[in-house]
Design a protein around this ligand. Sequence first.
Ligand code: FAD
Length: 447
Amino acid sequence: MKLTRRQFIAATGALGAGAATSAIAQPTSPLPFLITTQNGPLLPRAGGKRVVVCGGGWGGITAAKHLKKNDPTLEVILLERNPVFFSCPMSNKWLIDVVDSDYLTWSYLPIAQKHDYRFIQTEVVAFEREHKRVITAQGWIDYDYLIIGAGIRYHYEAWFGNDRKAAEHARAHFPAAYIPNAEHYALKQGIRNFKGGDLVMTLPPPPHRCPPSPYERACLIAWHIKTHGIKGRITILDPKDSPKPITEGFKEAFATLYKDQITYVPNAVITEVDPFNRKIRTKAGDFRFDHGILMAPHQAGDMAWKAGAIGRNAEGKATGWADVDPVFLNLRDDRDVYVIGDAVGAVSPQFNFYPKAGHVANYQGRIVARYIADRVAGKTPRAALPDNLCFMMVNASPREDIAVRFRYHLDDKGTIIQEQIDDNLRRDDLVTEDFQWASRMFEDMFT
Ligand SMILES: Cc1cc2nc3c(=O)[nH]c(=O)nc-3n(C[C@H](O)[C@H](O)[C@H](O)COP(=O)(O)OP(=O)(O)OC[C@H]3O[C@@H](n4cnc5c(N)ncnc54)[C@H](O)[C@@H]3O)c2cc1C
């Protein structure tokens, strides 16, 4: 007798929970099977050591692919809250239409299928490291090794304490757009609608995501204002004493290209922000503004906090950044948990933090994928360090970039040493290199 699909489902359902031979999962809750909750398992084990990667940004997406390349027997699962990848690198150029949205946006599924890892779009809500388990909005998942690529969070508490209303007002009306989300689109719309007035841009104190990029953003918005004959001015409030890195290149661009559009204020350490009345107090004076790009201080992203990965200083205060072994990038108190990318804490007494750059996150994703594959194979991982390369567009017609390169090595005491080379002379061949760099990165992450 041939059964219809409906009859087949009814028949197998009628076998009851004791039917060990049935391949059909039996319902254990009143909810349909695929409606998941935080209390249920997210995914059965597939065999092989399991690596869960939390965060599909520059670090996590790279790690997932390279884990499978290094050891195809690994079960790799990437957990990410966003439906698509949106690149912060190159996004300043997108603000003024040098590149379009397609250029920055990548799909997670094809790359996961190609390299045979699982991509699950979900929110990571907690970690139970004692059980080697990640809790997501859709269920829990256990791991043998964990990689956290948490990115950053905005530390609005430094400005507003527990005043959530002020923090939300600042975020909604004067978005920083330093984390891929709705803020980027709001900022782009704001630039398009800008009819003039005082635009204030606050820079976070170091360390923060992509140190030179706020100056690039200021230059490109200034270019837009200048090109469209808008009577507006950007005031950069920088807590540092000069733009860093690529100091001379940015200073020259401000003075030569944007003398009528940019006011650069050094040592502008913020003491008070009033987002409702558009006033800012700093150690270099007080400012009122019509428009704002208010960048609060940065810290490691929420997942690093939830994982209990944040370090403490000598007074027992949270450092805001993950406490990792500087070379092997595992948590100091948990060898099976790695942190990569911007969330990583200080790694060297010489320079403190790696530049919080996509280039570094990508490199660390590859490095940690190698470390884990070696450990699974019973080998001792060999120490590896990243490098960093960063191009910044300061002029959009003609297109001109400046650049900075960082190299790292271990000295004979095992300390990581940094060498920084600024390329201050703005020119078009650096623009070509900039786009070549981005192509190489996107290719490594998404093909
Ligand atoms: C304007 C701008 C320009 C830049 N330009 C450059 C450049 O030219 N070169 C360069 O090298 N770098 C640049 N950067 C820096 C670069 O974007 C970051 O250094 C890089 O994104 C860091 O990678 P990451 O993996 O640490 O974090 P991210 O790329 O931010 O990835 C973190 C991921 O975790 C996800 N996530 C966070 N919390 C959760 C949760 N609870 N559950 C699930 N998922 C979660 C996020 O959605 C995100 O996808 C720039 C940044 C900005 C803002």
